[in-house]
Design a protein around this ligand. Structure first.
Ligand SMILES: Nc1nc2c(c(=O)[nH]1)N[C@H]1C(S)=C(S)[C@@H](COP(=O)(O)OP(=O)(O)OC[C@H]3O[C@@H](n4cnc5c(=O)[nH]c(N)nc54)[C@H](O)[C@@H]3O)O[C@H]1N2
Ligand SMILES: Nc1nc2c(c(=O)[nH]1)N[C@H]1C(S)=C(S)[C@@H](COP(=O)(O)OP(=O)(O)OC[C@H]3O[C@@H](n4cnc5c(=O)[nH]c(N)nc54)[C@H](O)[C@@H]3O)O[C@H]1N2
Ligand code: SF4
Ligand SMILES: [Mo]
Length: 706
């Protein structure tokens, strides 16, 4: 029997950071992960895992995992190259681009995998600062950019949101945390051990309202489920606001002190009667009234949203109105209240209970090529092809992202990426983006690196921290993301600042552990104490950060109805219709076994049938389709072939097809259809954010003959 050992660590596929115990077999040719189970002794996640976590070894050891970096040769094929050589060559080429066209001609694109190691984003920020380019992109602009737009138009509460654990009510718009582990972006919803946490809170008496076209795992727990037509959230939220105003359920003391435009908003939503909402959204008028009363009648608890409302026809308006529910009801921490997130390895900061006034940075940062400005210092991902094709961006560095797959109108993105002077991606798999790249850097992946939970403290409501050593050694020729970024900056001749320290070109590169220590340098608990708690620990000694009193001169106010929001709302009340009656609408959704484009290439996670289109059984029958049939799914922009499956949880008339498929599988074949081949990257873009329409998109389906 070969020797095995158990290593206590946590999964780093998604931000739920489930504690796991990994059984490793030490073989002559290296260590192999043979088993993964949930760590019952992890005080935060208590043994919870999902299938992806239990198959994390299949990702680490996947046959098609990239173990050596590669350079595109003259014949178009990728040839092996050492990371050190690649860094030298890339640095020289980036410096050439900057010398010829200025720093903005070099762009950075970060994605979800960049957030799964606590050092990658700090390193990317440090590298980016040295390049000095303003061309920054991330997947946030094809995800929930409406949240950033809303902060910019409505304002935000400096002390963040209320805590889930103390709430009387919670209203989820278009998020299914029991699958996605999300529940709203950086709100008080606990993503850790979320399945049991949600149930425990409902058992305690939390009143749950879910707004979702699918009877999701989360909706099944709700007191009221508003199963709306996708893309109609703005109308629904306007109706909820109308009812709350009509019933006098607003927090008038809060509104008087901190809010402008309440009377204007009340007038603007007046047309959205329960009957109008019922007709547009396809829900019952009584449920609209009931949901408004449950929310407005409570003393605490928030309305939070996920991707659903932020990917539809009126994404920015919908998000503005969802957040307005919190504003008019004053659902924010007051001085002395504990904040929704904690700090253990991070610095404890009390935050003031006051409004950060709206700031419309996009108005002063418009691109001469696209006319769109920046939101949170980022340009919209769908506009990247325009910048590339106009010649304003010539080199792109992709970190933990797969833009060739993830962005609407994938063929347009692919055409643009292929025309770059230089495309570099750091990716353990041959993603659609890697297939176009001049250099593909092979990174160390999760279980091969030491790490801490420092990067996820913003999502935790208890003062938990965990350190993990590397569970297995990384393949010799791989390089960690942070190290690649640091070395690249140094090779370009720059001093790079990461996690509070500066590294000049000739400085030695620190170890990952040394960098983790400097990243935890301002924490409430020292790294050594965290390292001593193998399963992670809740550090009760760490004071929960609390909301502090507002500054004496705090004069920021929420703006409920700025002119552009008012104009969109007026337009909405005139054109309240998404699609035509009887038409099928495509909606976004996530599945348990895949995380964006991670999963389809792993046979233990996804069976060979590829990306299945889900339809209500009645819709299958109505289109002459049966379970497992092949069909072509088409929009006015494109067509893909899918296998259909019956799904009773869907609202009739809704079709779901997950994103992330369509890349190459273990044998290089395409796995499933890419939904972004059906979506436009130029039509129906949201104002300000250029967010493409990904949900509530009319589709047709027909059996594939022959
Ligand atoms: N297993 C798994 N987990 C993931 C991911 C994954 O791919 N797989 N991805 C991660 C990422 S990158 C993100 S951003 C988060 C996202 O986290 P969530 O936003 O929670 O994602 P979903 O689980 O897809 O939930 C979105 C819900 O919106 C509903 N919906 C669709 N259209 C509409 C609409 O127009 N209005 C409303 N109200 N609802 C609508 C869908 O039915 C679905 O239930 O998940 C993260 N976690
Ligand atoms: N139509 C449609 N499109 C969508 C969505 C939708 O719902 N519908 N959802 C959108 C959303 S919310 C998001 S966030 C985006 C997702 O967009 P992306 O973040 O671009 O998608 P991922 O597939 O998660 O890409 C992550 C890449 O990182 C690689 N990777 C994994 N581990 C590591 C690592 O340790 N280091 C490095 N360097 N790379 C690693 C993976 O192999 C993968 O290629 O897609 C968006 N696109
Ligand atoms: S939910 Fe699944 S993928 Fe996310 S951390 Fe837990 S085990 Fe990993
Ligand atoms: Mo996302």
């Amino acid at each position: 029997m070969p020797a095995t050992r158990d290593v206590v660590t946590y999964c780093r596929i998604c931000p739920a950071t489930c504690g796991i115990v990994v059984t490793v077999e030490d073989r002559a040719d290296g260590a192999i992960i043979v088993k993964v189970v949930g760590d019952e002794d992890n005080p935060l996640t208590r043994g919870f895992t999902c299938t992806k976590g239990r198959h994390i070894g299949d990702l680490v050891h996947a046959a098609n995992r990239r173990r050596t970096s590669a350079r595109r040769a003259a014949d178009g094929e990728l040839e092996p190259i050492s990371a050190a050589q690649a860094i030298e060559e890339i640095a020289a080429r980036l410096n050439d681009v900057i010398a010829g066209h200025g720093p903005d001609a070099v762009a950075l694109f970060t994605g979800t995998a960049a957030a799964m190691s606590s050092l990658t984003l700090p390193a990317a920020r440090g590298f980016w600062h040295t390049v000095g380019s303003r061309s920054k992109y991330s997947t946030m602009s094809v995800d929930q950019s409406a949240k950033w737009v809303t902060e910019g138009r409505l304002g935000q509460w400096a002390a963040g949101g209320q805590r889930f654990a103390d709430a009387d009510v919670w209203m989820f718009f278009g998020t299914n945390p029991l699958v996605s582990m999300q529940g709203g972006y950086f709100t008080g919803y606990p993503v850790h051990d979320g399945v049991r946490r949600l149930k425990a809170e409902v058992d305690r008496g939390l009143r749950l309202v879910v707004v979702d076209p699918r009877r999701t795992e989360t909706a099944a727990q709700a007191e009221v489920h508003l199963q709306l037509v996708p893309g109609t959230d703005a109308t629904l939220a306007a109706g909820l606001l109308r009812q709350i105003f009509a019933d006098g359920l607003t927090d008038n003391v809060f509104v008087d002190r901190w809010v402008d435009g309440a009377a204007d908003l009340a007038a603007a939503v007046n047309a959205f009667t329960p009957e109008v909402v019922a007709a547009v959204c396809g829900v019952s008028a009584d449920d609209v009234i009931g949901a408004a009363r449950i929310f407005g009648g409570a003393t605490s608890g928030m309305a939070t949203s996920g991707t659903g409302p932020d990917m539809g026809a009126h994404a920015n308006l919908a998000e503005h109105l969802v957040q307005s529910l919190n504003v008019v009801c004053g659902r924010y921490p007051r001085p002395g209240d504990p904040l929704a997130s904690v700090a253990v390895l991070g610095a404890a900061r009390g935050l003031p209970a006051q409004v950060v006034a709206p700031r419309r940075e996009w108005e002063s940062t418009r691109s001469p090529v696209t006319g769109f400005g920046q939101v949170h210092g980022e340009s919209p991902a769908v506009t990247l092809p325009d910048e590339i094709l106009a010649g304003s961006i010539r080199a792109l560095l992709v970190v933990g992202a797969n833009p060739a797959n993830a962005v609407a109108d994938s063929s347009r993105m692919i055409e643009a990426l292929a025309s770059l002077d230089l495309l570099v991606t750091i990716d353990p798999f041959d993603s659609d983006t890697a297939a176009l790249a001049d250099y593909v850097i092979a990174p160390v992946i999760h279980l091969e690196r030491p790490d801490t939970t420092r990067g996820y403290e913003g999502l935790m409501d208890r003062p938990f921290a965990q350190y993990t050593p590397a569970v297995v050694a990384a393949p010799d020729e791989t390089i960690d993301d942070w190290e690649f970024l640091l070395r690249l900056g140094q090779a370009m001749g720059a001093t790079v600042k990461i996690a509070g320290r500066e590294y000049a070109p000739s400085d030695p590169v620190p170890s990952t552990d040394a960098l983790l220590a400097s990243f935890a340098g301002r924490g409430q608990v020292d790294l050594a104490s965290v390292q001593a708690a193998v399963h992670g620990a809740v550090f009760d000694a760490a004071e929960p950060p609390r909301a502090t009193p507002p500054a004496a001169d705090a004069d920021g106010r929420f703006d409920l109805l700025p002119a552009d929001v008012g104009a969109e709302l007026a337009m909405l009340s005139e054109t309240q219709q998404v699609g035509n009656p009887g038409e099928l609408l495509l909606a976004v959704r996530r599945h348990k076994n895949t995380l964006n484009s991670l999963g389809p290439q792993i046979e233990t996670l996804v069976d060979g049938s590829g990306n299945r289109a889900h339809l209500h059984p009645r819709d299958l029958e109505g289109h002459g389709l049966r379970e497992g049939d092949r069909a072509s799914l088409s929009t006015q922009y494109g067509s893909v072939e899918v296998v259909v499956t019956a799904d009773e949880t869907l609202r009739p008339g809704v079709v779901t097809l997950a994103h992330g498929y369509g890349g190459s599988g273990p044998r290089g074949e395409r796995v499933g259809a890419n939904v972004n081949a059906l979506l436009s990257g130029t039509a129906d873009l949201q104002s300000i954010s250029a967010m493409p329409r990904l949900t509530g998109v009319p589709v047709s389906i027909a059996a594939t003959t022959g």
